[in-house]
Write a protein that binds this ligand. Sequence first.
Ligand SMILES: [Zn+2]
Length: 313
Amino acid sequence: MNCIDFVKQHSDEKSCIQHFRRIKEEKGIVCARCGHTSHYWNKAHKSHDCKKCGYRTTLRSGTVMESSKLPYQYWLYTIYLMSMTKKGISAAEVQRQLGHKRYEPIWTMMHKIRAIMGLRDDKYEMDGVVELDNAFFKTHNDESSDEPTKRGRGSQEQSSVLVMAKVDPKPGRPRKHKKPSAFRYVKMIVIPNSSSSTMNDTLSTYAKPEVVIKSDGWRGFNKIKKVSAKHIKKIVPPKEASKALPWVHTMISNAKRNLLGINHHTKDEYLQNYLNEFCYKTNRRYFGVNLFDRLLVAAVEDTWYGKLRYNYG
Ligand SMILES: [Zn+2]
C-alpha cells in the first residue's frame, strides 16, 4: 500500500476503527468470561459483546492500544510511518505529522510499537550457524545527571549488547570481495554485563541448543560451548575482525548508524526498544509494502499487556 492509497482508506477515525475491527474479527474473539466465540458489534462502545453472556470486549483490549486514549487513527498512522520508513522516524517528527500538542503520548505510543516488534521477533529462535559478538552502544542514563563533571544531561556510558547474526555459508570457494556467507536474521539483546554466565543465559534464551556459534574467541564466550552444539573460534587481530565475522559487524555498524539517525541521545533503558525496531525491519527487509499489514496484525493480535519486558515510560 502506498501512501496515497493509505490516506484514502483511512481518512477518518471511523474507517480506522473499522480496520482494527476487521483484523480482530479475522483473528476471532473469545469471551474472557464464558469462552463463547460469537459476538455482536457494539457500535456505541466500540466493543464486541458476547452473544451468550453479554461480556464486553473493547476494541483496544488485549492489543497494543490497551489503556491508551489516543485516537485509532493515530495508531494506524504511526504504525504506517514506522513500518514504511526504512531508516526509522523520530517521535518529534511523528508528533509534527499528526499535529498533536504533546510529545510524550506520541513517544510512549512509538515505544509500545517497538515493544511489539521485539515480542514478535522473540517468537523465532536462532538456529543453524550464528555469528556472535558483544557490542557496545553509546547511551545515557539519568542516575548521575547531577554530577557537575559530566557534560550535558546524564552521564554517557556504554551499554552492552549481545548480537547474533544467523548466516548461511555459501558453498564452494570463497570469492574475493564477497562475504563467504549469506545473511538471514539478526537479534540484538541488551545485557546487564559482559560476564560469560550472562552470555550463556542470553544465548540459551534466544537460540536453540543445536546452534553452531562463530565468535572471535573473546573470553566472555569461553563457556559458550555449554549452550551450543559447536563453537568455532576465529581468532584474528582486531583490524581483521570484520573479515572473520562479516555479518555481525555489518549489523552492528548499521544499527549504530540507524540509532544516530533517529535520536542523538539514547537512554540506556530504551535502547532495547530501538534495537527491536532495527532488527524487526532488517529481518523483514523483503516484505516491502506488506510490512505495514504484518505489523498491524502483530499490534492487534499479540496479547502483550502486562507481560512486556521492554520499557516505554
Ligand atoms: Zn461470554
